[in-house]
Design a protein. Structure first.
Length: 273
């Protein structure tokens, strides 16, 4: 219970309590958005403890992008039903914002993992490594060495991924059929792809199978990969292994990490058996 000598909370104290400032409280009072609980005979303003919750909601609505005019319109006509509708709408907006922030967080983690992989990679060395199952978004089929055909497929693919939110921060990559590699057709792409950090329900994805892969890291121009592919196939042949399925070219260190294109790093891998 408030004593008779303490009519309420002074603006400065109320501002500190709510993490704001007196200037904001004065402005809200002037526009009729959030007014003091009472004024004494000298015109001094005082707030009530119960107003803290209302102020916190106003601040949250502002953080969610509502204008002061919109918040005032609600408060001027507030009812339990209108509050329920307002809360439901803002919950939807919060869910959308959380999903957006989660995508950004996945992108940041992806870039960190690529940077770490690039720092540990030995360029030009063929290694044979077990690779985990991965999930890829594929472009429409290309099956061509024509740069114009590939470019159109790439643009459509990137637009589709961005439009559907299927982007976890991995640079796009290219897939080649192993039979094209054995024929020396190293510039014939089957698909472009974008790798995801996890399987997403409702999205049509390609599963890159787990298994043994021959891997080489190419330093320099992404397109000048013929020697790297020849090294992969040669090393596999020496071990009595043959390429199968698809080969994959994917950026590890690109223009985001390096200013000099000759220092870009591309991972090239092909399943072997």
């Amino acid at each position: 219970m408030r004593s008779s000598c303490a009519p309420g909370i002074r603006p400065a104290d109320f501002a500190r309590l709510c993490g704001t400032n007196k200037r904001t409280l004065l402005h809200y009072d002037e526009i009729g958005l959030f007014c003091p609980a009472l004024r004494d005979d000298r015109g001094f303003r005082y707030y009530d403890e119960s107003q803290c919750d209302v102020f916190m909601v106003i601040r949250s609505l502002r953080d969610l992008g509502m204008s002061l005019a919109e918040i005032k319109d609600y408060l001027d006509e507030r009812t339990p039903d209108s509050l329920e509708a307002l809360l439901r709408h803002q919950q939807q907006r919060v869910s959308q914002e959380l999903a957006r922030l989660e995508r950004i967080q996945r992108m940041l983690r992806t870039k960190q993992s690529l940077l770490q992989e690039g720092r540990q990679a030995g360029a030009g060395q063929v290694v044979f490594l077990p690779q985990p199952e991965e999930w890829l978004v594929l472009s429409r089929p290309i099956d061509s060495s024509d740069p114009a055909v590939a470019r159109r497929a790439l643009y459509a693919h990137l637009a589709d991924c961005y439009g559907r939110g299927l982007d976890d921060g991995y640079p796009f990559g290219a897939m080649m059929r192993s039979e094209d590699l054995t024929r020396g057709r190293f510039d014939r792409y089957a698909y472009y792809f974008t790798k995801l950090s996890r399987r997403q329900e409702g999205a049509e994805l390609f599963c890159k199978p787990a298994g043994l892969y021959a891997v080489i890291y190419l330093q320099g121009d992404y397109h000048r990969a013929e020697e790297a592919f020849q090294a992969l196939l040669g090393a596999a042949g020496q071990k009595g292994l043959t390429a199968c399925g698809y080969a994959y070219k994917e950026g590890i260190l690109d223009e985001l990490a390096q200013k000099d294109p000759e220092k870009y790093l591309t991972k090239i891998s092909v399943a072997v058996k």
